[in-house]
Design a binder for this molecule. Sequence first.
Ligand code: PLP
Length: 393
Amino acid sequence: MTGKTYATDSSPSSAPPPRARAEIDLGALRANVRALRSRVGPGVALMAVVKSDAYGHGMVPCARAALEAGAEWLGTATPQEALALRAAGVEGRLMCWLWTPGDPWRAGIDADLDMSVSGMWALREVTEAAREAGRCARIQLKADTGLGRNGCQPADWPELVAAALAAEAAGEVKVTGLWSHFACADEPGHPSIGAQLDVFHEMLAYAEKAGVAPEVRHIANSAATLTVPDSHFDLVRAGVATYGISPSPALGTSGDFGLRPVMTLSASVALVKQVPAGHGVGYGHQYHTRGETTLGLVPLGYGDGIPRHASGRGPVLVGGAWRRVAGRIAMDQFVVDLGGDTVEPGSPAVLFGPGGQGEPTAQDWADAADTIAYEIVTRIGPRVPRVYVDGPA
Ligand SMILES: *Cc1c(COP(=O)(O)O)cnc(C)c1O
């Protein structure tokens, strides 16, 4: 979290130095959590996924805001992320799922984490840590129902379930959950969605018949939370939607789902100057001015997570109009062609935000960089201070 400014009020006097800022609207985040809650049944718990620094929005403030708005669970990828939340004093149910041999199972037990187990090596490490701790570890068995990434294959499930039940009988673990993850929930009607649900039902039935009594069964990510009600089970895990971003334009816009983007990324124009026609701009001279024009310098670059792949394409709102990145995005800066307009140095250049003030959105940058909006917000680096505001009520 180095370099981030944790301002908690929205008064302009709390503004950080003006080079650039990612304003994080915690009011919007809370509203998104409530909107997601309203899409799932009353018996279904909501897990706010805050991995990777809350998709670049700042893990601790976002975790707190999500809990305040009614999320019952938090989720992270790594145990280190989950332990950092505990170190910051964040309480409540907290699950993490990306374990590597040698990871801190003992600390996870002491911190009351729900820890995912995808295979026998993990069960061996967690039971050993539980014996050492003299305490029962909360584990959730992950099934690979077709994603082909983490999780236990159906063929290996009986062995893992039997070993987990034996560890439960020995008082070493409590199996609190059975869970899985979708491959293509962001593609409406993709046949793998139903196929994965079928496999999940079979793997659940096997485990439950063998004697596992999980508190929660879950498979839905944001896309499935929004569009596949049959996938909600006891809990849904919402990541990108919590931050007000649609999981995929193929499903709809964030507005279609009643979600509001939480991050607004802006910079202050560092220099404005008149240049003649035919002037090369930036490394490699990938852009030449067509006529005499004005150029604006935006002090953000790939060192801040602005994708270099959006060179020549990324949109920026400057002086009331969309401008395009002119030439290459450099490590620290890029240029926009203002087409003869002038703005004062220090004027705002808004790269993306909710879109309501005419600014581009993270999805527009994703389109410009041939990627997904997840990557656009998540990669905004620590050199950009996060400024927390509570937004309009
Ligand atoms: C990241 C992640 C999520 C959240 O995914 P979104 O598409 O952002 O909602 C849910 N579950 C797992 C296992 C994840 O890794």
